[in-house]
Design a binder for this molecule. Structure first.
Ligand code: CO8
Length: 262
């Protein structure tokens, strides 16, 4: 569609209320170079700004979600080249760029920056072929876009430390057991399943969806008592929305709710 026109490294499509973004640098296993980042920022900004869109799915190819930051781009860069432009800070911005939900649908390699990008999603659905890893140590570097922090929060110290120190990849089943991914599905069903879940989310009240995302994310930034207090404030606030009135009335009247986002 017309949405694709501006992108060279992504395919961006709207499936009714769901935006599907596909990383598309097949010759480099979707390695994340500066252009990919710039285009991801554009696609996410367009998603955030478009009230007709209620969920986004980010995916790659059958072989690779993304095999990492682009090693050929980083190879000549030194401290000044990276620190001077705050390289990768665009990924911090990307991870904060939308208050609406997005899902990473991962098949094949999600390595280094690819694993880190997937972990920025609200949750990950993995094909049984997915392989997650932080192999930076094998290149003489370390994770640079949050992997050491998000992986450790997701799977705990033992597995995170082992993966970061050895570069070992984790398969989909292990990733599900370790709570890195929400669900593992057959490779042929990955996109269908991710789009179905995205459609479900996009069909719910947008205020409630935003609130739920904000609340779960708060668990990573606050103490338990602060987090519960924050949850209670948001809960009370939602009581004054039209969507709460509609949702509860529809339940009692045994009909489908019509959300207005008010
Ligand atoms: N960067 C650039 N090019 C890559 C990358 C990459 N990360 N990964 C693969 N490619 C290229 C290969 O160079 C090759 O290109 P060419 O045909 O021109 O030689 C092509 O993709 C296909 O790759 P392979 O031939 O290697 O395919 P295989 O099926 O044999 O192997 C692997 C697949 C195992 C995934 C292998 O490609 C591999 O090990 N890739 C590198 C994985 C890696 O080390 N990733 C971590 C990168 S470092 C990183 O992400 C740092 C994050 C910190 C900041 C992040 C900001 C985004």
């Amino acid at each position: 569609g017309a949405e694709d026109m501006a992108y060279e490294t992504l395919l961006v499509e709207q499936h009714e209320a769901v935006t599907l973004v596909t990383l598309n640098r097949p010759k480099a296993l979707n390695a994340l170079n500066s252009q990919v980042l710039a285009e991801l920022q554009m696609a996410f900004a367009a998603y955030e700004a478009d009230d007709s869109q209620g969920c986004l799915v980010l995916t790659g190819s059958e072989k690779a979600f993304a095999a990492g930051a682009d090693i050929k781009e980083m190879q000549p860069q030194n401290f000044a080249d990276m620190y001077g432009v705050d390289k990768f800070s665009g990924y911090d911005a990307l991870s904060r760029s939308t208050r609406k939900p997005w899902i990473a649908a991962v098949a094949g390699y999600a390595l280094g920056g690819g694993c880190e990008l997937a972990m920025m999603a609200d949750y990950i659905i993995a094909a049984e072929t997915a392989k997650f890893g932080q192999p930076e140590v094998t290149l003489g570097i370390a994770p640079g876009m949050g992997g050491s922090q998000r992986l450790t929060r997701a799977v705990g110290k033992a597995k995170a430390m082992q993966m970061c120190l050895t570069g070992r990849m984790m398969g989909a089943e292990e990733a599900e057991r370790a709570s890195l991914v929400a669900q593992v599905v057959l490779a042929g069903k990955l996109l269908e399943e991710a789009l179905n879940q995205a459609r479900t989310i996009a069909g719910l009240g947008p205020l409630a969806v935003k609130a739920n995302k904000e609340l779960v994310n708060a668990a990573f930034e606050t103490s338990l008592s602060e987090g519960v207090h924050f949850e209670r404030r948001i809960f009370f606030g939602l009581a004054s929305t039209q969507d709460k009135q509609e949702g509860m009335t529809a339940f009692i009247e045994k009909r489908k709710a019509g959300w207005t986002g008010k």
